[in-house]
Design a protein around this ligand. Structure first.
Ligand code: MN
Length: 343
């Protein structure tokens, strides 16, 4: 390399290190709104300090590491959560850990000279009355969900894609945005029931911690989160993708199609009946509301027919070439439906 070439390389290296330092969006630990000792009425200062300064900080650090290892830099936190089933365990646990704790700190407001928890908005209270009967009934349901969660996890108040309020619970650091969660939607209130959240003051008495935490809960913030969740594009996205029969079909298709592409037709010969069964269930399933259009329904009918034909071919012990042609056809229709879905 001549002198100018070397100079050029150095300039490039400097330029790229500066730009990647500027553009690499790392996740950061949010500041608490109050000092650690402000929450004493429900949670002691030492617990707050360790919980925020050590545990949450650890989730953030490990999240950035896991994101870099999976080459997922630049993805939003919600995007990391949405597709948790296909993320590494490090990304799944730590994106949940970061999101869940950030929400938890936001909804806690101690009563002091300068502050007091806000109260519920009319719109939120109406929604609570509709779903649970009363605020008291909601509190009771949340306490039961939190008390019954075996081991570590969270209890949630969730806005579902139907825009209803539901109480649910998840293990570990999972949450309702994740595609692994039974109840899906946007959480607007979360109660941490990991032992690290209460053990110093309450030891094994999770119930005492749950009774004490209500005095810190800011229903004003929860009401704001409720209003925001109703119009959050993530809620619409969850609704579109919340199609268990489609996920079940996709799972069998992935097992059979990719092996066939590589010349291994054994999974297809074993699973063509299962694939056909999933196609029937898919065609009979409730299509998510935003996808209810004739093109989707027609494509599902063609998909089922194609899977029937494929199953028949396998039954006749057909040659690999014809099997490949047929599963390619199935795969094409599947992608057509997916394309229609992502409009
Ligand atoms: Mn925690």
């Amino acid at each position: 390399m001549n002198k100018t070439g070397a100079m050029k390389s150095i300039i490039y290296i400097i330029f790229f290190s500066i730009s990647s330092a500027i553009f690499a969006q790392e996740f950061t630990l949010p500041e608490l709104q109050f000092s650690y000792n402000a929450y004493e009425q429900g949670i002691d200062a030492k617990t707050m300090e360790i919980h925020h300064g050590k545990h949450h900080r650890g989730y953030v650090r490990k999240l950035n590491k896991a994101v870099a290892e999976s080459k997922l830099e630049g993805k939003t936190l919600e995007d990391l959560l949405m597709y948790a089933s296909s993320r590494s365990l490090g990304v799944r646990n730590n994106s949940g850990g970061h999101y869940n704790h950030t929400l938890f700190w936001e909804i806690l407001t101690p009563t002091s000279d300068n502050s007091a928890p806000g109260s519920a908005s009319k719109a939120f209270e109406n929604a609570v009355t509709k779903s649970f009967g009363s605020m008291d009934a909601l509190r009771k349901q949340l306490s039961v969900a939190a008390a019954k969660r075996f081991g570590s996890g969270w209890a949630w108040l969730v806005v579902t894609p139907n825009k209803e309020l539901v109480v649910s619970s998840t293990p570990n650091q999972d949450n309702p945005i994740m595609d692994v969660s039974d109840v899906r939607g946007i959480p607007i209130l979360g109660i941490d029931v990991w032992e690290h959240a209460y053990y110093l003051r309450y030891q094994n008495k999770r119930g005492d911690y749950l009774s004490a935490i209500w005095s810190l809960l800011d229903w004003g913030v929860v009401s704001e989160k409720y209003a925001a969740a109703l119009n959050d594009p993530i809620l619409a996205k969850i609704e579109k993708e919340n199609w268990p029969e489609m996920n079940a079909f996709h799972k069998v298709l992935a097992q059979t199609f990719h092996a066939s592409e590589k010349g291994d037709f054994k999974p297809l010969r074993n699973l063509s009946g299962a694939l056909f069964a999933k196609a029937i269930l898919l065609q009979d399933s409730d299509v998510p509301k935003p996808l209810l259009k004739p093109e989707v329904s027609l494509a599902l009918v063609r998909l089922e027919k194609k899977c029937a034909a494929l199953n028949k071919l396998v039954g006749k012990n057909a040659r690999e070439k014809s099997l490949m042609k047929m599963i390619n056809g199935v795969h094409d229709i599947f992608h057509e439906v997916q394309g229609l879905c992502h409009d």
